[in-house]
Design a binder for this molecule. Structure first.
Ligand SMILES: NC(=O)c1ccc[n+]([C@@H]2O[C@H](COP(=O)([O-])OP(=O)(O)OC[C@H]3O[C@@H](n4cnc5c(N)ncnc54)[C@H](O)[C@@H]3O)[C@@H](O)[C@H]2O)c1
Ligand SMILES: [Zn+2]
Ligand SMILES: [Zn+2]
Length: 377
């Protein structure tokens, strides 16, 4: 059966600091080693906003289609694709996981040799499958282009999941849940009865809290400038809150407050601010671990006192929560299917693709945890 070019709607970013244009585009058929996916659920992550709102934009070629926290159904497959079938349910990966290369076979990294800055923007053969109505190329950002009714993915960058899961919910597992959860269990390896501070109570920070609670952390302190986030974090297991703008009397910094507790075992920066990374590091006790999860603006640097490293404190971080993408997503989809992962707690808004700019504004204004774009079927 011949696979044709599809005309569909997508949210196209024409440049940094501009609203997205929801318009008709063409999506070309998948080539060898590729599949075309009808997107069913797609949620907005702060990293999408960073791409148009901060200097991370410099790493990408515009116009582009964002969206990397998605899920969908395989609509067609490339001529040589046999492992994935039309109708399979999939989650796109923003870091490929080919399972064959040196990196995929190493237990020391979750990167794949097929993942390069270029494949964030284009297909592995260096070309794009997205075209404007007047035949100009459109690129991807972060490899997925899930803010489109259809996308094309290389097979090393998708995981096939069980057909019985709700695609409008499991899209969240593809970024925020796997990232937050994995940073707790793989990177920090949070221990029972420990103390944890989570800086930034967006979906990533909340997934950190969820996992820290499961690991048996005793004290889970949420830090956010937006006090609306405190009641949400409480539902995830956070039992103390600090607004850095309203410190208790006698304290002039968060780190001073946390040092008055004896320092913390684990701190997680889930914002993307170098000054908060520094604060989170300086809040540790002697053996504490600070995990960088947020994406700071490119080029900014953190200043730390190396004596703190000499005395045993650690500063670390990861993408995908340190999971091999397939492993982490599979684990969390299974957990969701068993009823042990409540994704509803993260989903505060549902919108249509045409309203995506409102979804971005909700996040900019601190009025959402996760906004899911629900596509017309
Ligand atoms: N490492 C990874 O693999 C990975 C994956 C996904 C997202 N991220 C990054 O994680 C970060 C969080 O993403 P999100 O979607 O949860 O974002 P979000 O915008 O929903 O949440 C961020 C929270 O931080 C709070 N905040 C902002 N500045 C603050 C400050 N100075 N002090 C205290 N709180 C502050 C905000 O009020 C908000 O509640 C982003 O930088 C995102 O790009 C990283
Ligand atoms: Zn993300
Ligand atoms: Zn690989």
């Amino acid at each position: 059966m011949e696979t044709k070019r599809i005309k569909c709607k997508a949210a196209v970013a024409y440049g940094p600091k501009q609203s997205l244009c929801v318009e008709d585009i063409y999506v070309n058929p998948p080539k060898n080693g590729e599949i075309r996916v009808q997107i069913i659920g797609s949620s907005i992550c702060r990293s999408d906003l960073h791409i148009i709102d901060t200097n991370i934009a410099n790493d990408f070629t515009f116009p582009l289609i964002m969206g990397h926290e998605g899920s969908g159904i395989v609509e067609s497959v490339g001529p040589d694709v046999t492992d994935i079938k039309i109708g399979d349910h999939v989650i796109p990966l923003w870091i490929p996981n080919c399972m064959k290369c040196k990196l995929c076979n190493s237990n020391k990294t979750n990167f794949c040799q097929k993942g390069t800055q270029e494949t964030m923007n284009v297909m592995p053969d260096g070309t794009t499958r997205f075209w404007t109505m007047d035949e100009k190329p459109i690129y991807k950002s972060i490899g997925c282009a899930a803010f489109s009714e259809y996308t094309v993915m290389p097979i090393e960058s998708v995981i096939v999941i069980n057909k019985n899961v709700n695609l409008e919910k499991v899209c969240l597992i593809g970024c925020c849940v796997v990232t937050g959860y994995g940073n707790v269990v793989n990177v920090a390896k949070v221990e029972k009865d420990s103390s944890v501070a989570v800086f930034g109570l967006g979906a990533i920070g909340l997934a950190v809290i969820l996992a820290a609670k499961e690991c048996g952390a005793k004290r889970i302190i949420g830090v956010d400038v937006n006090e609306d986030k405190f009641s949400v974090a409480n539902n995830f297991g956070c039992n103390e809150f600090v607004n850095p703008m309203k410190l208790p009397k006698g304290f002039h910094s968060i780190q001073q407050l946390f040092q008055s507790y004896g320092g913390l075992d684990y701190t997680f920066e889930c914002i993307g601010s170098v000054s908060v990374i520094q604060t989170a590091f300086e809040s540790l006790n002697r053996w504490g671990i600070c995990v960088v999860v947020g994406l700071p603006p490119k080029g900014e640097e953190v200043s730390i006192n190396p004596w703190n490293l000499l005395t045993g404190q650690k500063l670390t971080g990861s993408f995908y929560g340190g999971y091999k993408p397939r492993e982490g997503i599979q684990y969390l989809v299974d957990k969701y299917m068993r009823g042990d992962l409540n994704l509803d707690l993260f989903i505060t808004n549902k919108i249509k693709l045409q309203d995506i700019n409102n979804g971005f504004d909700l996040m900019r204004n601190g009025k959402t945890i996760r906004t899911v774009i629900v596509f017309d079927k």
